[in-house]
Design a protein around this ligand. Structure first.
Ligand SMILES: [Zn+2]
Length: 233
């Protein structure tokens, strides 16, 4: 294997390693609770709180209505029971009776309104629960997929790491130093392919004499424009 071919193969391995490392970071960032799931939980919590508030209000209203019914019953027993004969007292009982009836009728209207609100709120809670279940199911499937992908990436990275070590062991230290230095300075790409006289690292055309040197592969030839080591297949 030519000197530059070894470096080129190391470059391919390193580039693949970098690519998979970036993907692994993305995968790890996507694991765990998502914004969509958090929002679905929050929405359900909000509608359930409102439902509980309405249900408590309805219970209070029904209790008050029952106590009003008791008062009305007591009033009517006195009013029609025949024990009260004083006309003034009877008039006052009559007035109280009318007042209690009016109150009760108003109460019943409010109870009806709140019952409708409770029903609507129950529907909202139902659809929020259904939505959450749907989001959770999708989320769980996605988490499973991501967890499997993470394991695959970790295995591939371990294999690439071994391959990289084997490749490096066969490259002279001076070349490795040049390569590592260029990788650091050139965004991870130290070796560029020369295709049809053009450096694929910077897309600049090179003189044919240079292409000739590159083809021999025994000396390191650098792109005059971007400075990368050139390699041609
Ligand atoms: Zn170049």
């Amino acid at each position: 294997m030519h000197r530059t071919e070894r470096l080129y193969r190391l470059q391919c391995t390193d580039s693949e390693f970098d690519r998979l490392t970036r993907r692994l970071q993305e995968v790890e960032a996507s694991l765990g609770e998502t914004e969509e799931l958090r929002q679905a939980h929050l929405d359900l919590q909000t509608v359930e709180q409102e439902l509980h508030r309405l249900q408590a209000r309805l219970r209070d209203l029904e209790l008050e209505n029952a106590s009003l019914a008791d008062k009305l019953e007591a009033n009517e027993q006195r009013l029609y029971g025949g024990t009260v004969r004083n006309p003034k007292e009877l008039t006052s009982l009559q007035e109280e009776n009318e007042y209690l009836r009016r109150r009760k009728s108003q109460f019943e209207d409010v109870i009806l309104e709140v019952m409708i609100e409770v029903e609507e709120s129950q529907e909202q809670a139902h659809s929020a629960r259904a939505h959450l279940a749907q989001v959770e199911e999708r989320w769980r499937a996605e988490q499973e997929r991501l967890t499997a992908e993470r394991a695959e990436l970790q295995a591939s990275l371990a294999a690439l790491s071994e391959k990289r070590q084997a490749l490096r062991a066969a490259i002279p230290p001076d070349d490795l130093e040049t390569y590592d230095d260029l990788r650091r300075r050139k965004g991870g790409q130290a070796v560029a392919l020369l295709q049809e006289g053009t450096c694929q690292g910077c897309r600049v055309s090179l003189p044919s004499s240079k292409a000739q040197q590159v083809r021999q592969g025994d000396v390191l030839v650098f792109c005059g424009s971007c400075g990368r080591i050139l390699y041609t297949r």
